[in-house]
Design a protein around this ligand. Structure first.
Ligand code: XLS
Ligand code: CA
Ligand code: CA
Length: 436
């Protein structure tokens, strides 16, 4: 069965096209900053939002028209995979990301779950061979089932810790089998609601023990993919342990795990943490920890994770500046952890969502490259810090002075002069590059 019989492969038609099923800016082979756009962007489809999401919310039932939802079990999982690969082929999407639970039914017990996974992984492997589509990352869902009510590796129940370990073991094995380039840890319910019943010290130690076991197992089986932690400040728990980049880096360093993990930064999680997307990317980049990106956007008027398709060009430009300065995002990529709104329930809406996201980041890449090539902000910033290139500034950098020498120096200073930061000028230039 094909779902999208009436939709052809989505082509690049340029900014003047009025075909809503064509790319205006995403031209996969167009060379930008020395390599094809598709190699910069490494777009991926999220299996969950695209194929398993049904549009239900706390106030209402499923709305999505998804023919595979009339089936169940393995048959449903196979049809989902068929349609997912048809969808990716039509979009020219080269990667996908998945949770174990997205691709195969849960089953009655762990044994059955593993058996279901084996059947579907065989099936997906064939589709990958046929289409050339690759796996960007795999992960496990250790938050939906009621057994994870109090968390997975941070649950007070050691049996749950063990069960989660078994799940990650299997999910890492299948990610490796599918040639996945990364494996993601998002702390689904790794957090807490109240200190009245929580031993945070033990929970954090256990989280670290769990991650160390994952590192050990990765080495044991020879999985060469990159391990990633995805920060999020809240939701589903009130205090998620992986709050933001700074928190995760501190945690990794405390437990001596920093050499084994990079971060997967999601735009909507950044704004939930009251940071901008580019702030989180920048904090990763300057710490050598930028691993991959979950491309989406939140709604600034809503306090939860809305996972909308990214259409904000301003944010995309600032994000792509960080990616370019990072020397690229590979082996990570841009995974659209994005879902169509509940009211956008027709299958074609999935195309509109992805086209919008892909065009936004393609345009963002081009503008970011122009800004970097012209040295717009870099030249200004370099000049702004010029006082550290000579004299006392250089001595500070070279660690040649301490408080006493600086006091002597400061005593000899007259009125200190500062220069304008010119924020409004720079914002206007940024707009000019976006409008062009
Ligand atoms: C949820 C997260 C999740 C991770 C993968 O908010 O974004 O989807 O990306 O488990
Ligand atoms: Ca995510
Ligand atoms: Ca999210």
């Amino acid at each position: 069965m094909k779902l999208f019989d009436t939709i052809d492969k989505i082509k690049f038609e340029g900014p003047d096209s009025d075909n809503s099923l064509a790319f205006k800016y995403y031209n996969p082979d167009q060379i930008v900053a020395g390599k094809p756009m598709k190699e910069h962007l490494r777009f991926a489809m999220s299996y969950w939002h695209t194929l398993t999401g049904d549009g239900s919310d706390p106030f209402g039932a499923a709305t999505m028209e998804r023919p595979w939802n009339e089936l169940d079990g393995i048959e449903q999982a196979k049809l989902r995979a068929d349609i997912g690969f048809e969808f990716m082929e039509k979009l020219g999407m080269e990667y996908f990301c998945f949770h174990d639970l997205d691709i195969a039914p849960e089953g009655k017990n762990l044994k059955e779950k593993h058996a279901n996974l084996d059947i579907i992984v065989d099936y997906i492997e064939e589709l990958m061979k046929k289409t050339g589509i690759k796996c960007l990352w795999g992960t496990t869902n250790a938050f939906t089932h009621p057994r994870f009510v109090h968390g997975a590796s941070t649950s007070p129940n050691a049996d749950v810790f063990a069960y989660a370990a078994a799940q990650v073991k299997k999910a890492m094995e299948i990610t490796m089998r599918l040639g996945g380039e990364n494996y993601v840890f998002w702390g689904g319910r790794e957090g807490y609601e109240t200190l009245l019943n929580t031993n945070t010290e033990l929970e954090l130690d256990n989280l670290a023990r769990f991650l160390q076991m994952a590192v050990d197992y990765k080495e044991k089986i020879g999985f060469t993919g990159q391990l990633l932690i995805e920060p999020k400040p809240k939701e589903p728990t009130k205090h998620q342990y992986d709050f933001d980049t700074a928190t995760v880096l501190g945690f990794l360093r405390k437990y001596n795990l920093q050499d084994h993990f990079k971060l997967n930064i999601e735009a909507n999680h950044a704004t939930l943490a009251m940071h901008t997307f580019d702030h989180e990317l920048n904090m990763c980049r300057i710490n050598g920890a930028l691993g991959s990106i979950d491309a989406n956007q939140g709604d600034l008027l809503l306090g939860w994770d809305t996972d909308q398709f990214p259409t904000n060009i301003y944010d995309a430009v600032l994000a792509m500046i960080e990616v370019l300065k990072n020397g690229g995002i590979a082996p990570g990529g841009l995974n659209f952890d994005s879902k169509v709104r509940r009211g956008s329930f027709e299958p074609v809406d999935l195309f509109y969502g992805y086209i919008a996201g892909m065009d936004t980041f393609a345009r963002g890449l081009i503008i970011a490259d122009n800004l970097i090539k012209d040295g717009v902000f870099d030249n200004f910033t370099k000049e702004r810090y010029a006082s550290y290139e000579t004299g006392i500034g250089k001595q500070i950098i070279n660690k040649e002075v301490g408080f006493e020498e600086l006091e002597n120096y400061a005593l000899g200073l007259g009125d200190i002069k500062n220069t304008s930061g010119r924020q409004e000028l720079l914002e206007n230039i940024l707009n000019q590059y976006i409008y062009r």
